[in-house]
Write a protein that binds this ligand. Structure first.
Ligand code: ADP
Ligand code: MG
Length: 269
């Protein structure tokens, strides 16, 4: 399948939810690591000024001279900003707190919504032969997130299995609809993935039932369980797949990657 995807360029997925702490960064890092385990070549774009994806993959601050900020606002070449991580098959464009001013600076820019779209379509992209680009969005529906949605083919939404989880979704869906109408008519919903799921907790079950009732097929079959190894891995600068390969969290992200790959198989003739 790699060959087929490369012909059309990498598939670009924005990982978004304007709520913080729902598992966007965790899903970005571990879905990337799992896809890489299955043989894909993956690029992560760290679009959050907090830089958690960069830190979680062991990118030191002194190695972040060229970041998403330079890619968006200083016309940096792709080759200047892409770093290999310690995880085989996973590269990253890191971010720093500098990106927090980008939202304001973007407003004045005529191409404000298209900067990431254009940056990812530089001719230099082809030689990297990425299969997938995962964009780790900030916890906001600001211009940075809009840039991700304009650049992307699809949006993947981590949904924390907690009370109020579904409340913010209508706002997110509205933003997706606006982006479709204005800039990216082909933008699709990749799916909603339940994160931090606790099967012994009634509330988790309730959130799952509500999500499946309201969103149907849009919800991934795979659920990511709450698992302490998942939350420990970033402080060791590793995906949980490497930190504790046999953990429930690692297994779940492998399952998610398989479901994701299945959904992205080229349609049969
Ligand atoms: P976001 O990027 O949406 O702000 P994070 O991915 O940073 O969210 O997750 C928020 C916190 O929850 C982090 O401390 C992370 O380690 C923890 N976490 C995420 N997923 C899980 C999980 N499946 N089990 C346990 N802890 C998790
Ligand atoms: Mg995050």
């Amino acid at each position: 399948m790699s060959d087929l995807l490369v012909v059309n360029g990498p598939k670009i997925v924005a990982i978004a939810n304007q709520k913080g702490g729902v598992g966007k960064t965790t899903t970005t890092i571990n879905l990337a690591a799992a896809l890489a385990e299955f043989g894909s070549n993956v690029l992560i774009i760290d679009l959050d000024p907090q830089g958690n994806a960069s830190t979680g993959l062991g990118i030191e601050l002194e190695d972040r001279a060229n970041t998403t900020y330079e890619l968006l606002l200083d016309d940096a070449d792709l080759d200047e900003v892409i770093l290999k991580t310690a995880v085989e098959g996973v590269s990253i464009v890191p971010s720093t707190v500098d990106l927090s001013s980008a939202d304001m600076e973007l407003i004045a820019n005529e191409k404000r919504s298209f900067l990431l779209h254009d940056a990812l379509r530089q001719p230099a992209m082809e030689a990297h032969e990425f299969d997938f680009i995962l964009i780790d969005c900030p916890p906001s529906l600001n211009l940075l997130t809009v840039n991700a949605m304009v650049a992307a083919h699809s949006v993947l939404v981590p949904l924390q299995s907690e009370f109020f989880a579904l409340e913010g979704l209508s706002q997110l869906m509205l933003t997706i609809r606006e982006v479709r109408q204005s800039a990216n008519p082909g933008l699709r919903m990749e799916g909603v993935v339940l994160t931090m799921f606790d099967s012994r907790n009634n509330l988790s079950q309730q959130v799952e039932a509500d999500a499946r009732d309201n969103l149907g097929e849009m919800v991934f079959q795979t659920k990511i369980p709450r698992n302490v190894r998942v939350s420990e891995a970033p402080s060791y600068a590793m995906p949980v797949l490497e930190f504790d390969s046999a953990s429930k969290g690692a297994q779940a992200y492998r399952e998610l990657a398989q479901e994701f790959l299945k959904n992205n198989e080229p349609a049969e003739a």
